[in-house]
Design a protein around this ligand. Structure first.
Ligand code: SAM
Length: 229
């Protein structure tokens, strides 16, 4: 049997957002490789999937990665999942995939099982793009951050990035400094969850809103900048 890594997209909040194929795949594999086992076990329990899990993150010891690759070398299949959404999009999956490909070579099959991602979910509700957009992942915390905001300001296309609640207001303030005042932005917070919120407006309007609703500066955020009109 050829070793297989199934790269399985999982929900970004609402546990019902999972495909039949993702469930079938999770039921079929020998091992589920995840970020936080507690998060993945909640999903597996919801669908009564009883599979061994092993956690994997960027700072995992090489021995752990070796353990996962050893399972593949036995001709077994694994599912790679992340805490939320599509693996390898702003999370550590790519390192594992590249290492496994390097060590196992052509024999290794990599099969994507598509599903939700915060990027597409957020964009789908804004009408900010019908074709291209630029996705920047998480912006750097310090070095290069301001330069990137200047680049966003002159980019004509829709720009999308992820931001943590701690840096959310700072990101809006940086956008306010560089964007043309009328350019719209979108904020998608807690998508598919109980407190889901999608706001669209100029940066000043959005800053005013969150200054008046400080309790809402929490959870998970996607920030989008509308294309230049
Ligand atoms: N792989 C994931 C994907 O496909 O979207 C992204 C993983 S990244 C480590 C996590 C970031 O994605 C969060 O900090 C947030 O910016 C965004 N995100 C994930 N789930 C979200 C949600 N339910 N609502 C809004 N943003 C979310």
């Amino acid at each position: 049997m050829n070793p297989i890594i199934y790269v399985v997209a999982t929900p970004i909040g609402n546990l019902k957002d999972i495909t039949f194929r993702a469930i079938d795949t999770l039921l079929s594999v020998d091992l589920v490789v995840c970020e936080d086992t507690r998060v993945t076990k909640r999903l597996l329990q919801e669908y009564e999937i009883d599979k061994p899990t092993i956690s994997y993150h960027l700072h995992s010891k090489l021995s752990k990665i070796d353990e996962i690759i050893a399972v593949l070398k036995e001709g077994k299949s694994i599912a790679l999942v992340s805490d939320a959404g599509t693996p390898c999009i702003s999370d550590p999956g790519s390192f594992l995939i590249n290492k496994a490909r390097e060590e196992i070579g052509e024999e290794l099959k990599i099969i994507p099982i598509p599903g939700p991602s915060a990027i597409t979910t957020a964009l789908s509700a804004t009408g900010f793009t019908d074709s291209s957009f630029l996705f920047l992942g998480f912006l750097p915390h310090k070095k290069g951050r301001e330069t990137l905001f200047n680049e966003i300001a002159i980019t004509e296309r829709t720009v999308v990035f992820y931001e943590s609640p701690h840096r959310f207001m700072k990101a809006l303030e940086s956008l306010q400094k560089v964007l043309q005042p009328k350019r719209k932005i979108g904020v998608a917070r807690e998508l598919t969850k109980m407190f889901e919120e999608i706001k669209i407006g100029t940066v000043s309007e959005i800053i005013d809103y969150y200054n008046q609703n400080k309790d809402k500066v929490r959870g998970e955020f996607v920030i989008m900048v509308a294309p230049m009109s």
